[in-house]
Design a protein around this ligand. Structure first.
Ligand code: KMT
Ligand code: NI
Length: 177
C-alpha cells in the first residue's frame, strides 16, 4: 500500500534511494489538489476499469533492476540518475506497480517534495507539467510497472530549468490557481 509523506531533503548522490521520511504523512486530498491521482487496484480488472474511465487505451510494461542493464552498474546508475533528476512531461505519467518498490517524488504548491512509496497494486497518475522524480528504493532494487497512456505519449523528460514556459507547464501552473 502506498505511503505519502514529506521528504526530508537530506538526499545526496550516495543515499537518495533511502526512505528520507520526515515522518509527516500527506493526506490523499492534498495530492488531489496538485492534480495527482492515486488508486489502489488489487486486481487487473480494477486497473482496466480506471483505464476505461480515464481513456487510457494503451499500455506497456517496464522492468528496472540491475539485470535489465545486463549487470552493467554504470549504465544502471546513469539511468537512476536520469530518473532522479527533477523533470516534467507534456503528458500524464501513469504507473501501476506490479512488483518491487520505488519512490515517486512530486513538488507541492510550495515546492516541497512529497514522496510516494509505491508498492504492488498502487496506481499513480502524475499530471502533465508537474515537476517530479523517481528512484528505486534501496529495498528490492527492482520494479515492474505497467505504463498506461492514451495515444502517442510524450515520454520526453524536460529537466527543471529547461523550457519552464511550455504550454503543458503553463497549463499545469494555471490549474493550481
Ligand atoms: C519517469 O519519467 O519519471 C519514469 O518513467 C520513472 C520510471 S517508472 C518505473
Ligand atoms: Ni517522469
Amino acid at each position: 500500500m502506498v505511503e505519502f509523506y514529506y521528504h526530508d531533503n537530506k538526499d545526496t548522490p550516495d543515499n537518495f534511494t533511502e526512505a528520507h521520511s520526515t515522518g509527516e504523512h500527506v493526506p490523499e486530498a492534498e495530492l488531489a489538489r496538485i492534480g495527482v491521482f492515486y488508486r489502489k487496484c488489487p486486481t487487473i480488472e480494477e486497473l482496466d476499469k480506471v483505464a476505461v474511465e480515464r481513456q487510457y487505451k494503451n499500455r506497456d510494461e517496464i522492468t528496472l533492476n540491475l539485470k535489465t542493464f545486463n549487470n552493467d552498474l554504470d549504465a544502471y546508475n546513469a539511468k537512476m540518475k536520469q530518473f532522479y533528476a527533477e523533470h516534467y512531461h507534456e503528458d500524464e505519467e501513469i504507473r501501476y506497480i506490479v512488483e518491487g518498490e520505488g519512490y515517486f517524488d512530486v513538488r507541492n504548491k510550495d515546492d516541497r517534495w512529497i514522496r510516494a512509496r509505491m508498492e504492488p497494486e498502487d496506481l499513480l497518475v502524475l499530471p502533465a507539467g508537474i515537476y517530479h522524480r523517481f528512484t528505486l528504493s534501496d529495498g528490492p532494487k527492482h520494479i515492474k510497472a505497467i505504463r498506461l497512456f492514451k495515444d502517442e505519449p510524450k515520454w520526453e523528460a524536460i529537466n527543471r530549468g529547461d523550457r519552464p514556459d511550455s504550454a503543458a507547464r503553463q497549463e499545469y501552473v494555471q490549474s493550481l490557481a
